[in-house]
Design a protein around this ligand. Structure first.
Ligand SMILES: Cc1cc2nc3c(=O)[nH]c(=O)nc-3n(C[C@H](O)[C@H](O)[C@H](O)COP(=O)(O)O)c2cc1C
Length: 267
């Protein structure tokens, strides 16, 4: 069985990209696989069209226990046309909740035959300690074990669609709470910029919403999804969040979810 393998991902801080590309390379068996990022706004302009000869490894990070809602319009334009797919979610060591079943359902509704699915762990977008350095060597070994099982399934011509863990109907988006147990809304929170900013434009060019002003990288000209790209990629550490609800949420997560979560996959 030889299929054209494509690695497709949304990955502001690179952890989803690492898992998806790693898996796609194992599945391509020495052939070069295509890569197709849809992280940046201009990358989401052209719809992706596949066919029966394609095997697409498609990955997204988990945001609030679900597929990032800003991606739903783009994912709704994909055309599977019977292509095989492997659905991947990467989460920051809290939980992936219903993101994986949601992604499987989305791909199925777009005409993909979802043969396998996996939830892997990456360093949390908000943190340097939650899932620090993941996916690491142990995770990538798991990716290779998963790839071997996927190959076996595809070579045997099994048609059974994959199920995956999660609830249908999906649970609501996960929301942070304050110390009184009340929900807090951090959706409008934006990053601040220190005077040490050198205007190198890395943040401007890596913001998946195109929301940082190229004329003045301290200024926001669109929405912030708290993806962590500008904060983690800034070479001088000039981008940061100072919102008290955001910081408390991050500290709570860091204190609560310290135990290493293992990847889970379904074939
Ligand atoms: C807005 C937002 C919400 C998130 N929600 C969750 C979550 O519900 N559970 C979790 O474990 N990680 C969560 N994360 C962490 C990311 O899923 C995780 O860090 C992922 O590895 C980031 O992928 P990337 O490196 O490809 O950007 C969230 C991150 C962001 C930015």
């Amino acid at each position: 069985m030889k299929q054209n393998v494509t690695a497709m991902y949304f990955s502001p801080t690179g952890t989803t990209e690492k898992v998806v590309r790693g898996l796609a390379e194992f599945l391509a068996e020495g052939d070069t696989c295509k890569t197709r990022s849809f992280t940046l706004p201009e990358e989401r302009k052209n719809p992706a069209v596949f066919g029966l000869d394609d095997l697409v490894v498609l990955g997204v990070p988990v945001y609030a226990g679900r597929v990032p809602n800003v991606l739903l319009p783009y994912l709704g334009t994909l055309e599977g046309n019977g292509a095989r797919a492997v659905a991947i979610t990467v989460y920051g060591n809290r939980n992936y909740d219903d993101a994986l079943v949601e992604l499987i359902d989305l791909l199925t509704s777009r005409g993909f035959r979802v043969a396998a699915a996996g939830a892997f762990v990456g360093e949390h977008s908000f943190s340097r300690t939650m899932g620090a350095g993941r996916p690491d060597g142990r995770d990538m070994e798991e990716v290779s074990r998963f790839a071997a099982k996927v190959k076996e399934k595809l070579e045997a011509g099994w048609e059974a669609p994959v199920s995956g863990a999660g609830c249908r109907p999906y649970r609501p988006y996960y929301r942070p709470k304050n110390p009184l147990g009340e929900f807090v809304d951090i959706r409008k929170v934006t990053p601040k910029t220190k005077e040490t900013c050198t205007r190198c434009m890395i943040c401007v060019n890596s913001c998946p919403m195109g929301s940082i002003d190229p004329e003045d990288p301290k200024r926001m000209i669109g929405i912030c999804i708290k993806c962590g790209a500008c904060v983690k990629k800034c070479p001088v550490g000039a981008k940061y969040y100072d919102d008290s609800n955001y910081l408390r949420h991050k500290e709570e997560l860091e204190a609560q979810f310290t135990a290493r979560r293992a990847p889970e996959w379904f074939v």
